[in-house]
Write a protein that binds this ligand. Structure first.
Ligand code: NDP
Ligand code: 8X3
Length: 265
């Protein structure tokens, strides 16, 4: 059998969670450049609208947005009902489960229930909910992909991040289990695990403290949202017989978590 060298994303429907900033917004722009059709979700509608307008300017065949809170089952179901209406019986070829993040950097001894609960509700339960709801729309044996955004934190641990590391290691386990469950359907399942990337991630983690967020990337050259978006496009555009299981992608200035090269320090 002769395999194609690339899966074309032109005119394919792509659903991205957490598309209002960071990796998700950059992924929307990157899929737009491929001429894809997009369904974008997040809680901040004003931000989503800007991303959708940009996506259309860049070349998206369609870019629709709707409010989505992955931490609430009712919101996910509502979002997928809306998505179904937009799809109009066409298949959804790419699901990017990106919504998530870390909340706080407290030790377990000082940990807050609200931070732990938000971390698991978004990174773990949100991923499960969205995947369950979206699966019926992914076509069998037609090059569809589920791309989950994990983290280097899911593959190792560091102080202050017990819940976040556990959540991202949960994301990795879900990705691997899904590959078992979907074997034979032709639906690809993979995870991209970034190291330090400068987005709104640290501002959210430190609850709006910009100084603390900036310090995370001080003197080093972090990954950008565009680096991850390009990786997502590469994964989604592999030919249908190729499944990219797991990618660990880090800035050159990061050897490991906590081992970062900083200039002028
Ligand atoms: P950002 O904070 O810039 O983006 C996070 C996105 O997730 C936003 O669009 C936000 O939208 C959305 N989101 C958060 N909570 C919810 C929710 N309950 N329902 C729906 N959407 C939600 O950070 P990044 O782009 O960096 O993060 C994207 C993913 O990458 C996350 O899963 C994060 O854990 C992971 N990651 C980040 C790394 C980094 O260093 N930046 C490294 C490794 C992984 P809104 O607030 O509008 O709902
Ligand atoms: C984000 C990367 O190193 O801040 O997942 O945990 S890290």
């Amino acid at each position: 059998m002769k395999n194609p060298r690339r899966f074309t994303l032109k005119n394919k429907w792509v659903l991205i969670t957490g598309a209002s900033s960071g990796f998700g917004a950059a992924a929307a722009r990157a899929f737009a450049a491929e001429g894809a059709k997009m369904l974008l979700g997040a809680r901040r509608i004003d931000r989503l609208e800007k991303v959708a307008v940009d996506a259309k300017k860049i070349g998206a065949a369609a870019a629709h947005f709707y409010e989505l809170d992955v931490s609430k089952t009712a919101s996910v179901e509502n979002f997928i009902r809306w998505a179904k209406a937009k799809l109009k019986f066409q298949p959804l070829h790419v699901l990017v489960n990106n919504a998530g993040g870390a909340h706080g950097l407290d030790s377990v001894a000082d940990g807050k229930d609200v931070d732990w609960e938000t971390t698991f509700q978004t990174n773990v339960l949100g991923l499960l909910r969205v995947t369950r709801a979206a699966l019926p729309f992914l076509p069998r044996n037609a090059g569809a992909s589920i791309i989950n955004i994990g983290s280097i934190a899911g593959r190792t641990t560091y102080a202050g991040a017990a819940a976040y590391c556990a959540a991202k290691s949960g994301e990795l386990a879900i990705t691997r289990a899904l590959r078992h469950e979907l074997l034979g359907t032709g639906i690809r399942v993979g995870t991209i695990n970034p190291g330090l990337a400068e987005t709104e991630f640290s501002v959210v983690r430190f609850k709006g403290d910009q100084k603390k967020a900036d310090d995370v990337y001080a003197g080093m050259n972090p990954l950008t949202a565009e680096d991850i978006a390009e990786t997502i496009i590469w994964v989604a555009s592999r030919p249908p017989h190729v499944n990219i299981d797991e990618i660990l992608i880090k800035p050159t200035d990061q050897a490991e978590i906590g081992k970062v090269f900083r200039r002028n320090k």
